[in-house]
Design a binder for this molecule. Structure first.
Ligand code: NDP
Length: 328
C-alpha cells in the first residue's frame, strides 16, 4: 500500500472532523493526470470546509483544499506530460473531488492551467483562488469599460485574501483604490499594497438607502449582505460592482434604485466553474499585473499541520492577506 499525508475530512455524528491522516493512493478518485502537489493555500472556502461551518464538502471522506500548484507525475491526457508545472483552482476540488491538501492529487487534465513561466508554484498559491478571483473581478470591471480615468474603485474586505490582491492589482493598473476594512490597524499594510484611501467598514454598514451620495466608479466586493447593498447605493452613474463573496453574509438587502436610476451594473464573479480560456487569461494577467514584492508582503507560509488553526482564523475574519501551505 502506498500512502501519503493528507488533511482528511470525515463525517461524524455531530458534524465533520478534519485531521492529518495517511491516505491510501489506491483510494484517489478517477482522473487522467496525477500531480505531485507542491503548494496549496487557505481560502475562505477552505476555512468553511475544515471547520465544518458551512456544507462545502459533498463527499466523505474528503481531502480538503480547493487549489494547488505542482508537477505532473503521470498523464494519459494529450495536453499534459510528466514534468509539466500546473495549477488547479476550483472545479469542485475539496468539495466533490478529493482535494489539494495532500502530497498527491488525481484530477481531470481539462481542469489544469499551465503554470505561467514567470510564476513559481509557491507564488501561484500565494495568489491562489482568492487572487485569481480578484483578477477575474478586475477583468470584469475593465470589460464594463472602467479605466483609471473613470474614478476611484472601492475594495471591500480589503485586508482579506481577495481584497489584498485586488488592491495590489488595481493600484498597479493605475486605479485610485479605496480600501474598506473592519481592521483600521491594517491601514499601513493596505497603503503599502497601493490603497490611496482607507474607509472604515462602518461606512458601508447599517440599513442601505436606495441611493446614497455617488462616491466610486466601481467596486470589488467579497463581503456581500449590507456591505454590498450600501456599496451599490454609492456607485456613480454608469459604474459597476464585481461581486464575488459572502464573508459578511449571503443576503443582499438592496433596492433596484442603483440599477434603474444610475445604470449601475452588478457583475457576478465565479471562479469555480469559470471556463478555461478566461482562467488562462486571468493567470496571464497575474503574471504581469500583480507586483511580486507586494504579493510576498501579503503572504505567509504554513505547513499542513497548522491548517485547522488557520481555517478557524479565516472564517473569523482574522487572516491578513494570503496564506500558502507548503506540501511537497
Ligand atoms: P478572507 O477571510 O481572507 O477575506 C474576507 C474579508 O472580509 C476579511 O478579511 C474581512 O476584511 C472581511 N470580513 C469578514 N467578515 C466580515 C463581516 N462580517 N462583515 C464585513 N466584512 C467582513 O477570505 P477570502 O478573501 O479568501 O474570500 C473572501 C470571500 O470571497 C469569501 O466569501 C469567499 O467565499 C469568496 N470567494 C468567492 C470566490 C468565487 O468564485 N466567487 C472565489 C474566492 C473567494 P477586513 O478585515 O479588511 O474588513
Amino acid at each position: 500500500m502506498t500512502t501519503f499525508k493528507a488533511m482528511v475530512i470525515e463525517k461524524t455524528e455531530s458534524g465533520t472532523k478534519a485531521a492529518l491522516a495517511d491516505f491510501d493512493e489506491a483510494n484517489l478518485m478517477d482522473g487522467d493526470v496525477t500531480v505531485r502537489v507542491e503548494y496549496s493555500t487557505v481560502n475562505y472556502k477552505d476555512g468553511l470546509a475544515i471547520t465544518g461551518k458551512a456544507p462545502v464538502v459533498r463527499r466523505f471522506p474528503m481531502i480538503a483544499g480547493v487549489d494547488f500548484a505542482g508537477t505532473v507525475e503521470a498523464s494519459s491526457h494529450p495536453k499534459w506530460k510528466a514534468g509539466d508545472k500546473v495549477i488547479l483552482n476550483g472545479w469542485g476540488l475539496g468539495e466533490t473531488h478529493l482535494g489539494a491538501y495532500a502530497e498527491k492529487a488525481r484530477v481531470k487534465g481539462d481542469w489544469l492551467v499551465r503554470l505561467p513561466a514567470g510564476i513559481s508554484t509557491r507564488d501561484a498559491m500565494a495568489i491562489g483562488t482568492a487572487g485569481y478571483t480578484a483578477m477575474l473581478c478586475v477583468m470584469a470591471l475593465e470589460k464594463h469599460g472602467l479605466t483609471p480615468a473613470s474614478g476611484p474603485i472601492a475594495v471591500t474586505g480589503a485586508a482579506g485574501g481577495v481584497g489584498s490582491v485586488a488592491v495590489a492589482i488595481l493600484s498597479k493598473l493605475g486605479f485610485s483604490v479605496s480600501a474598506t476594512t473592519g481592521r483600521p490597524e491594517q491601514a499601513d499594510y493596505l497603503k503599502s499594497l497601493g490603497a490611496s484611501e482607507i474607509v472604515e467598514r462602518a461606512a458601508l454598514a447599517g440599513t442601505p438607502k436606495p441611493l446614497a451620495k455617488e462616491r466610486w466608479a466601481g467596486g470589488i466586493d467579497s463581503v456581500g449582505s449590507t456591505t454590498l447593498a450600501n456599496l451599490l447605493s454609492m456607485i456613480r452613474y454608469g459604474g459597476a460592482v464585481a461581486a464575488c463573496g459572502l464573508a459578511g453574509g449571503m443576503d443582499l438587502p438592496a433596492s433596484v434604485a442603483p440599477f434603474i436610476l444610475r445604470g449601475v451594473c452588478l457583475l457576478g464573479i465565479d471562479s469555480v466553474m469559470c471556463p478555461l480560456p478566461k482562467r488562462e487569461e486571468a493567470w496571464k494577467r497575474l503574471e504581469t499585473d500583480l507586483d511580486r514584492q507586494k504579493l510576498a508582503a501579503m503572504t505567509r507560509e504554513i505547513g499542513l499541520s497548522e491548517l485547522p488553526e488557520v481555517a478557524a482564523a479565516i472564517v473569523a475574519g482574522q487572516v491578513r492577506g494570503r496564506v500558502v501551505v507548503k506540501i511537497g
